[in-house]
Design a protein around this ligand. Sequence first.
Ligand code: ADP
Ligand code: MG
Length: 587
Amino acid sequence: MSKQTLSFQAEVAQLLHLVTHSLYSNPDIFLRELVSNASDACDKLRFEALNNAALFEDAPNLEVRVAFDREARTVTITDNGIGMSAQEAIDHLGTIAKSGTKDFMSRLSGDQKQDAQLIGQFGVGFYSGFIVADKIIVESRRAGLPAAEGVRWTSGGTGDFEVETIERPARGTSVILHLRDDASDYLDRWKLKSIIGKYSDHISLPILMQKEEWDAEKSEQVLKDEWEAVNSANALWARSKKEVSDEQYAEFYRNLSYDSQAPLAWSHNRVEGSTEYTQLLYIPAKAPHDLWNRDRKAGIKLYVRRVFIMDEAEALMPSYLRWVKGVVDSADLPLNVSRELLQESRDVKAIREGNTRRVLAMLEDLAKKDGVPAATEGADGVTDVVSEEEKAAAARDAGKYTAFYAEFGAVLKEGLGEDFANRDKIARLLRFASTQADGLTALADYKARMKEGQQAIYYITADNRAAARNSPQLEVFRKKGIEVLLMTDRVDEWALSFLTEFDGTPLQSVAKGAVDLGSLQDEEEKKAAEAAAETFKPVLERLKESLKDKAKDVRVTSRLVDSPACLVVEDGDYSTQLARMLKQAGQ
Ligand code: ADP
Ligand code: MG
C-alpha cells in the first residue's frame, strides 16, 4: 500500500479534542495507557497462540520496552505482542466504534475467555498520547504476517492520519511519540521509570528500559545498550494462591499498607460469574490512628486488568470495613473509570457486596479458631484425630480474633446501622463483657447460658465496666443469677438500637421501662410488689409531685434488692447514657 491519507471518523476527531484538552488533567497517564495497550497486545498474542503456537515466531518472551531519545525528542513504547495489520491500524486507531478489543471479545468462546485476561470496552487510551505528543507514529507488524506487510500510521492528532506499508521484521508494535515543547519532562529516565513504578508496576510482563551510565567526556548520562526490567512484573494477585508464599503475601501487604506489622489474615480469590474480579483483602493487626474518622477513605486499591486505576476506592468497601486493606482487580470496568462512575456502577456494587461477604467470612473463621483446641473430644469420648497441620493452623490463629476485636470491634458495630443485609452476621461477630463470664462473650454464648424461662438477652450500657457492674439496676438480675451484658463502648447504645433481637431472642436494656422477667419472676414476688405499690401510694404521690419537673413517673419496683431507688428511662426513650452523650456533643 502506498501512502494514503484518511480522515478520522467524526467521533474520533471529537474525542481527540476532548482528550488533549480536558479529559486528562494528569498527563502522566499517557504512559499507563500505552503500556496497558502493549500489555493487552501481549495478552492477545498469548491467547491466539493457544491455538497456533507458530505466532510466537522466534520471540516467545513477551515484553514491553520504553525508550527515549533526547535529540529526536521522542518517547517510544514497543511491544512484541499481536501487532496490527494495515487494515487493523486503520480500523482500531481511526475509529472508536469498532474497537479491536470488542471485536476480539466477540470472537471468544466461553471457555477460552477464562484463560485470556482481556480487555475493556472503552477505546480511548491510545489517544491520550496526544496529551504529550504533537505527532504519533505507530509502526507495527501483525503476528503471522510477513515482514513486508508492516504498517506505519502517522498522525498529528487533528483531522486525519496517514497509513503506508513498510518493511518491519519485528513482530508487534512501536508507538513513537514526538513530544510537544512543554512535555520535555518525559525525556528523562527517572521520570519515566517512576511513572511506570506508580501505575504499571504490577503489569505481569517485564517493562524494560535501557540502563544509563555517566559519560565523563561528554559529562552527561548516556544510555547503554543494556536493558533492565523497571517493574516487578509481578501482579501478585493475578497469580494462583498456590504460587504465592505467606512471606510474599505479607511483603505485598507491607508495600500496600506501609504497616510495619504483619497482617492478621488475608483472603485471595478470583471471583467469576456475571462480574469478574480478583480480590486480595487483608485484615491489619493494628487499627490506624484515624480509624474513627468516618471520612477516612477505604484501604482498597482498584486495578482494571492489572492496570492501576485508583487508591482508596471507597465504593468498593462499606464504611464500617474502611480499615481493610487490599486490591481489587476488575475484568469488567473501563480503564478510564472515575470515582463518580464507580458510585453508579452495578459491577462495583457486586464487588462491594462480594468484598463485604469475604471480610465477614474471614472474621467468622478467625472467631471460630480463637481458642486453641488441643484435641477435640468426640461425643463418644474418643479423642478425634487432629492432623499436625490442623493443630498448627489452629495454634497459629488462636487468640487472633480477640486481638482483632480489641482493635476493631467498636468500628465493626457501626455495621449494625449501616449494613442491614449482613446484620445477623455482624451480630454473631460481636463480643461483650458480661456479669457472668471472664473475657468477652458472644451473643450465642449468652443464649446458650440463658436460664430456663428467660425470654430476653439483657444488657446495660455505661461509661465503663465498673459503673456497669455497680449499677443498682442489676440487683434483681444478680439475685436471680441472670446474666447481663455490660456495654461500655461509646457506639454501643447507638449500634444496639439497630439490633432488637438476636437469633429470635429480643435484646432488652435493663435500664429501660419496667423490666419484665416473665416466668422468672415468681407469683409471690409479683404479689408483694403489687401490695407495696398499694401501701406506698401516698408516698409515691408526694414524690411525683415534688419531682414533677424532673421525673415522668415514680413507681415501686421489684428490680432493686439493696438500693432504695434508681433511675430508669421509658422504653423507646434515649437511655441516660445516650442522653449524656448527646448532651456532651451539644445536642
Ligand atoms: P482499548 O485499549 O480500550 O481498546 P485504546 O484506544 O487504548 O482502546 O486502543 C485502541 C485499539 O488500538 C486497541 O483496542 C487495539 O486494537 C489497538 N492497539 C492499540 N495499541 C496497540 C498495540 N500496542 N498493539 C496492538 N494493537 C494496539
Ligand atoms: Mg487501551
